[in-house]
Design a protein around this ligand. Structure first.
Ligand SMILES: Cc1cc2nc3c(=O)[nH]c(=O)nc-3n(C[C@H](O)[C@H](O)[C@H](O)COP(=O)(O)O)c2cc1C
Length: 328
């Protein structure tokens, strides 16, 4: 049985093209990178900003899967065709985003509240004879995990789905508390399409555990832990842990890429702070030092704060799960 692919989760603000290119260059390309969601408008044309992520030349050498966030059949269809024209062979539908502004419009995990509407939508896009394969990324419900009974049945109408990635939380969990792996486990063997696992995979042993427990699994998708430890997939494939000089070089390159992409140091620094929120978990005792990074207003402040971490906080071989939030 082949091993599941190791793929990077779509993360708005984090897994954009500067990250994908720099990560693939320094740590080896992941089996696929799912792109942060794009919301197609009625135009029908991708905006210049969207094209910066989608243009084939920014994704050369890596397998990139664009993701759409919409509940309108017409918008999905034109965007999927346009993505096929750009050379993509797979488009992913976002049925997981928990953001208030998104769910208020019935999109992302907001669509899970209306399983019959969702089925009508899926019927139409799967029968539109699109020149691109469709995959789906979903939560297990809106407010109650029992909702997944009906949702799993809806998804099973589309065995031609390229894959169904399941993040076993309901919308009202946001990203808090334990994942509801019992639900994933319960339904795993009932699905007719390839299944992907996503959620709270932090270490190589987590990857091993998931891979061994669920067979056959199409992929394991990792988001935050890969931001913390960019060498995670390399290690899982038998490669080396990240060294300090690798991390420094990688972060310098990421910063430079964002400076070029934004043409603006302030915005690039803001973006780097988002990475450090995860990345400092690869260092011991970095909680205090990382605060100086968050406060940095100039490049000098930022570089001096990162130096404090590099010089004083020992690098770990596995990230800690420092971003874990309890369910209140
Ligand atoms: C900052 C942030 C941005 C995200 N953006 C997206 C997105 O654009 N599309 C999507 O499907 N999920 C998005 N997610 C969810 C992740 O893809 C993933 O499902 C979640 O982080 C759980 O996986 P993990 O525990 O491996 O991080 C986002 C999560 C975070 C924290």
């Amino acid at each position: 049985m082949t091993d599941p692919l190791l793929v990077v989760a779509p993360m708005e603000g984090l897994t954009g093209f500067p990250f994908r290119r720099v990560h693939a260059h320094f740590f080896g390309a992941a089996d696929a990178y799912f792109l942060p969601f794009v919301t197609p408008t009625t135009l029908p044309r991708f905006t210049e900003r969207q094209m910066r992520e989608l243009a084939p030349d920014v994704n050369i050498g890596i397998k990139a899967v664009p993701q759409l966030l919409t509940r309108r059949v017409e918008d999905f269809v034109w965007a999927a065709k346009a993505l096929a024209d750009l050379g993509y062979d797979e488009v992913n539908l976002n049925l997981g985003c928990p953001a208030g502004t998104v769910v208020a419009k019935g999109k992302g995990s907001g669509f899970l509240r209306e399983p019959f509407e969702l089925q009508r939508f899926l019927d139409k896009i799967f029968s539109a004879d699109l020149p691109i394969q469709i995959s789906v990324k979903t939560r297990i419900g809106w407010a109650d995990e029992q909702e997944f009974d009906l949702l799993a049945d809806v998804y099973n109408h589309y065995p031609q789905m390229k894959s169904l990635t399941i993040h076993p939380r309901v919308r009202s969990d946001f990203y808090k508390g334990e994942i509801r792996e019992n639900v994933f486990e319960h339904y795993f063997h009932t699905f007719k399409m390839p299944i992907g696992f996503n959620g709270d995979v932090i270490t190589v042993s987590d990857l091993e555990r998931v891979k061994t427990k669920y067979r056959p699994l199409a992929h394991i998708m990792v988001g935050r832990a890969l931001m913390a430890d960019p060498a995670l997939f390399r290690k899982a494939k038998g490669g080396a842990v990240a060294t300090l000089s690798e991390i420094q070089t990688y972060y310098d390159a990421l910063l430079e890429s964002y400076c070029v992409a934004f043409g603006n140091v302030k915005n690039a620094l803001m973006r780097m702070k988002e990475y450090w929120f995860f990345q400092h978990n690869l260092f011991d005792n970095a909680e205090r030092a990382v605060k100086a990074i968050y406060k940095a207003k100039t490049m000098e402040d930022y570089l001096s704060a990162t130096r404090q971490i590099y010089e004083n906080c020992p690098l770990r071989t596995e990230s800690s799960f420092g971003w874990k939030k309890e369910l209140l």
